[in-house]
Design a protein around this ligand. Structure first.
Ligand SMILES: [Zn+2]
Length: 280
């Protein structure tokens, strides 16, 4: 799943292509939106908010999208055509952006954007990033630190990759109740996640190890069944969070205080064929 840094980079690219330009093509392939046509309207800005994208037009409308599991915005030549995976097509005289496999698409008045993103906690990569508020939210979360980090209402932009890697780097068990952690520890986790996202926002290949070479980019994410780079033990994956909203968490029991309560300890196969393909 694309995380905050990927969405931030997507917004920047869309902004570069669209800002100040009138739309020459507009095709929203989404229930209730398919008759809307914003052709002729000029783009004011495209910004990210957590994992959400907001495309603001000078008419006072905002096109909101979310990439969810495997969506993306692809920038193509001006005559690019939609295909079966296209959920939105927006174009200028120079470029066409194809919103592929989007998880959400909405159109709202720009003044009402809060109805779509107002529930989000502070945006890790946002101009108004507020680590103190994120810290307060995590301390107050009545759940594990791993689930709390993934909850976008506490802080926005952290997904499985950065939650797993941050907790590994902080040598903390993901199933530790957030409320039991000292504020200093919480602040260190937030700082770690923020620095990882910042360091990766300009790169297509995400790395938490400092290496962008294939197979060397992470410590635990998508590395279950493989040896831990620190202790040599076996990296594992288990589910975390409330039933019906469970997420995956990668971790090293050796470095992070033992097996999680949802981990039966059985041998695990690696997810996918390469460490960089799984983006859950
Ligand atoms: Zn380890």
């Amino acid at each position: 799943m694309p995380e905050g840094d990927t969405v931030w980079r997507t917004a920047r690219r869309l902004h570069q292509v669209f800002a100040g330009e009138p739309l020459t093509r507009c095709d929203l392939r989404w229930p209730e939106l398919s008759t809307l046509d914003f052709t002729g309207q000029r783009t004011l800005a495209v910004i990210s908010r957590g994992k959400h994208l907001l495309h603001r037009l000078d008419s006072g409308w905002t096109i909101h999208s979310h990439l969810r599991m495997d969506g993306q915005w692809r920038i193509e030549k001006p005559n690019a055509r939609a295909n079966a995976q296209t959920r939105a097509l927006l174009g200028t005289t120079e470029w066409t952006a194809l919103g592929q496999r989007l998880g959400m698409l909405d159109v709202v008045h720009t003044a009402d954007e809060h109805t779509l993103v107002g529930h989000l906690g502070p945006d890790v990569l946002g101009p108004d990033w507020n680590p103190r508020l994120a810290e307060q939210n995590l301390i107050a979360a009545a759940t594990t630190i791993g689930a709390a980090l993934l909850d976008q209402t506490n802080l926005a932009g952290v997904g499985t990759l950065y939650a797993s890697e941050s907790l590994f780097l902080e040598k903390l068990n993901p199933w530790t109740p957030a409320g039991e952690l000292p504020a200093q520890r919480i602040a260190a986790i937030i700082d770690r996640a923020h620095r990882l996202l910042q360091a990766n926002k300009d790169f297509a290949v995400q790395s938490t190890t400092g290496s962008r070479r294939h197979g060397e980019t992470g410590y635990v994410h998508a590395r279950n069944g493989q040896p831990c780079r620190r202790c040599g033990g076996t990296v594992r994956v288990a589910m975390i969070g409330p039933p019906t909203r469970e997420r995956t968490m990668f971790y090293c029991p050796g470095c992070q205080g033992g097996l999680g309560p949802t981990d039966d300890g059985r041998p695990q196969q690696r997810l996918g064929s390469s460490g960089s393909t799984y983006r859950g």
